[in-house]
Ligand binder design. Structure first.
Ligand code: NDP
Length: 399
């Protein structure tokens, strides 16, 4: 069918590349481009013999001109951006300049402060409309599948959705006393930020991890879950009309939180530079250097993730509840594509989003979040591409 340019060559990109190669009728040709060419080459070598033709390129995606040149050389139908959130706008600019569709998995972040806001990318709506191009935002798991799950519930099971609780559980064990399963800087920043949720048209802020509950998750068992802010809350609050409350919960073990507390108390998570043996160092960056590299956790991680949406509302005048979730096994993901479940659950939906745009099923000029499209084809592809989902109509509810 066509060609995709994949920008980034990290954990998520590796899954996207494997999954594109499993769908060679759609992805006839892909180009893997990142800052470090050797990483792209290594990925290409892993997929030797694939029916999808693979090329590689070096690109600094902070520079729109470099991305434009690459697009003009490779001539893709779509760009799948799985670099970092800092590159979203430069890549969207390059897509507009060259007439190519765009997909990503995380909202744009200014390099200095994390905001978790869509405003910069939503501001591109008119430009994409005028250019007749589709920009699909947040096509990972959360954001991504959680939005598709919600749209599916709305389409098939509810006249009105009143509350959505997104529960993201990782019961993976890597065997280390303490490690973060993605970039420690971003991870620690996310966990130490204030919580926030949407209720009756307002955003309510809570101190970091102040709201805790225990939830018994299918295939995982009872876990401590903590209320956090997460970027899909912003778009769901706009796109799910009439919703009264949306919250996001994530599991953390007591062990993880105790380590984090100690590190915080002794100053190791600080981003203020300090002088050490005549040199300026940033404690958090030093901490990152002594912690295990997240990429090295893949082969050691055992256990499962379970991410889903618990939804309450009204159907035919009666109260209704619905829970839809996916369970992903770290070791099975690693055996299939060489990445653990966190990257797997992000990379598969990124490929599916790109596939639906390329097929014309999710093609519409403008900038969209996943819940704005018909969820059915996406739900079907999740089942076919390694992220089967399950549903229950009598879940335990979170008050
Ligand atoms: P990694 O850090 O493993 O990989 C990032 C890749 O981007 C690296 O190959 C890096 O290259 C490349 N890169 C960074 N800066 C540039 C640049 N200026 N130009 C070109 N390439 C660049 O990250 P992940 O694979 O774990 O995550 C990828 C994306 O997925 C992130 O945006 C993350 O926020 C998102 N994500 C979304 C989730 C969801 O559910 N929606 C969940 C998890 C992640 P190099 O190594 O050479 O620096």
């Amino acid at each position: 069918m066509g060609k995709a340019l994949i920008i980034g060559a990290g954990g998520v990109a590796s899954v996207v590349v494997h999954k594109c190669c499993q769908n060679p009728d759609i992805f006839e040709e892909i180009c893997i481009a990142s800052r470090t060419l050797e990483k792209c080459e290594a990925l290409k070598n892993k997929l030797e013999g694939s029916k999808t033709k693979i090329t590689t390129a070096q690109v600094d995606a902070d520079r729109t001109d470099e991305v434009i040149n690459l697009i003009n050389n490779f001539k893709p139908d779509i760009v799948i951006n799985v670099a970092l959130p800092y590159q979203d706008l430069t890549i969207m600019d390059a897509c507009l300049a060259t007439g190519v569709h765009y997909v990503d998995t995380a909202n744009y972040e200014p390099p200095d402060t994390a905001k978790f806001e869509y405003k910069w990318q939503w501001a591109y709506k008119e430009k994409f409309e005028k250019a007749g191009l589709t920009a699909l935002l947040g096509s990972g798991f959360d954001p991504g599948v959680t939005g598709v799950f919600t749209a599916y519930a709305q389409k098939h099971y509810f006249d009105e959705i009143h509350s959505i609780d997104i529960v993201d559980a990782n019961a993976g064990d890597h065997g280390y006393p303490f490690a973060t399963n993605f970039n420690p800087e971003i991870n620690i920043r996310e966990v130490t930020a204030n919580g926030r949720y949407f209720e009756n048209g307002e955003w309510i802020e809570t101190p970091p991890l102040a709201l805790k509950k225990v939830y018994d998750l299918p295939e995982i068992g009872p876990k401590d879950i903590y209320l956090m802010y997460h970027e899909e809350l912003e778009s769901l609050a706009v796109n799910i009309k009439g919703v009264k409350r949306i919250r996001f919960w994530m599991t953390f073990s007591e062990n993880y939180l105790t380590h984090l507390k100690v590190l915080e108390n002794v100053g190791m998570t600080s981003i203020e530079p300090i002088e050490f043996e005549g040199k300026q160092i940033i404690p958090l960056q030093f901490l990152k250097a002594v912690l295990p590299d997240p990429a090295s956790l893949g082969p050691r991680t055992k256990g499962k993730t379970n991410i889903g949406c618990i939804i309450q509302g009204i159907k035919d005048g009666k109260p209704k509840t619905y829970y839809v979730y996916n369970v992903c096994d770290h070791q099975e993901a690693y055996a299939e594509v060489g990445s653990q479940a966190i990257s797997y659950t992000t990379g598969v939906p990124a490929m599916i989003g790109a596939m639906l745009v390329m097929k014309g099923i999710w093609k519409k000029p403008g900038v969209y979040n996943v819940e704005e499209f018909d969820p059915d084809p996406f739900m079907e592809e999740l089942n076919k591409n390694g992220l089967p989902w399950q549903e229950s109509f009598s879940p335990t509810l979170l008050d």
